[in-house]
Design a protein around this ligand. Structure first.
Ligand SMILES: [Zn+2]
Length: 273
């Protein structure tokens, strides 16, 4: 796809996010990879009036945190950028505070294998990342950990993230995640779900590959395995998990100049979307 086509696809999927009811106010944001830059929705603009030319661009591999465009990038740019850096297989990212995913995140519950469609996320669970303040490096690190070998996660007391080979695929998964979240939540109200086994989810995952439902590269996410961020084994899915310990929120970072990607410096101070 050309940059112009990708910009159009982002705007189209923003409107789709509104139409599907996934977006709450202006809390949702989308990004897509184009060569070595990330195109991302800007902060504080209604999607009904968003134009392809309004998107911000941020370099993926250098000048970490710098951006160009008529409008500031989303306040959530950091985890979008960190996912793009850490996961070369990811071409599109959706983040939203959709109701049911956020309800589960507030309760600190990961989503277990209550429905076979969970295999579309690469395994038998959709993890819940530990809480950290929006826009922080800590939130990025927590999200990356929860996304290991997965194409989606929820963020404690915040919302959800889905990733795909492109922004349309990530949006499809966002709708699926919210659907499973709603189904799981409601099953808890009538006595709790009967869970599928890990073997059955592995079986479904194989079938999805045959149908093109599972993006193999995205599911494997083995571009940069990190021993220290290894998440706990998803081997035993449970109907409910222990709420995560909440990290102490940090204050937002100070303004700073450009630096190397590895330095992961603080961003410019940005207003909340
Ligand atoms: Zn958010």
């Amino acid at each position: 796809m050309t940059e112009r086509e990708i910009r159009k696809a982002i705007v189209e999927n923003c409107l789709k996010m509104n139409a599907t009811g996934l977006n709450q106010g202006t809390s949702g944001n989308l990004s897509a990879r184009y060569k070595d830059v990330m195109l991302i929705t800007p902060s504080g603009i209604a999607y009904e009036v968003l134009k392809p030319s309004d998107l911000a661009t941020m370099p993926i591999t250098k000048d970490y945190g710098s951006w160009e465009g008529p409008l500031k990038p989303s306040t959530e740019w950091r985890f979008h950028l960190d996912i793009m850096i850490d996961r070369p297989d990811v071409g599109g990212i959706v983040h939203t505070h959709s109701t049911y995913a956020t309800i589960l995140s507030i309760a600190g519950k990961e989503i277990p294998a209550c429905h076979y469609m969970i295999a579309a996320f690469g395994g038998p669970t959709i993890r819940c990342a530990d809480y950290a303040t929006f826009g922080t490096e800590e939130l990025s690190a927590n999200a990356l950990k929860a996304l290991e070998n997965r194409t989606g996660c929820i963020l404690a007391n915040h919302g959800m993230i889905t990733t795909g080979a492109n922004v349309a695929k990530a949006m499809w998964l966002a709708v699926e995640l919210e659907t499973i979240a709603k189904q799981y939540y409601q099953s808890l109200l009538i006595g709790g779900p009967n869970l599928l086994s890990d073997a059955e989810i592995a079986n479904v995952l194989e079938r999805f590959k045959g149908y093109g439902l599972q993006d193999k590269k995205a599911a494997n996410s083995d571009a940069k395995p990190k021993a220290k961020s290894r998440a706990k084994s998803p081997a035993k899915a449970k109907a409910a998990t222990t709420p995560k310990t909440r990290a102490k929120p940090k204050t937002l970072a100070k303004p700073r100049a450009q630096a190397k990607p590895s330095a992961r410096p603080k961003p410019k101070t940005r207003k909340r979307a």
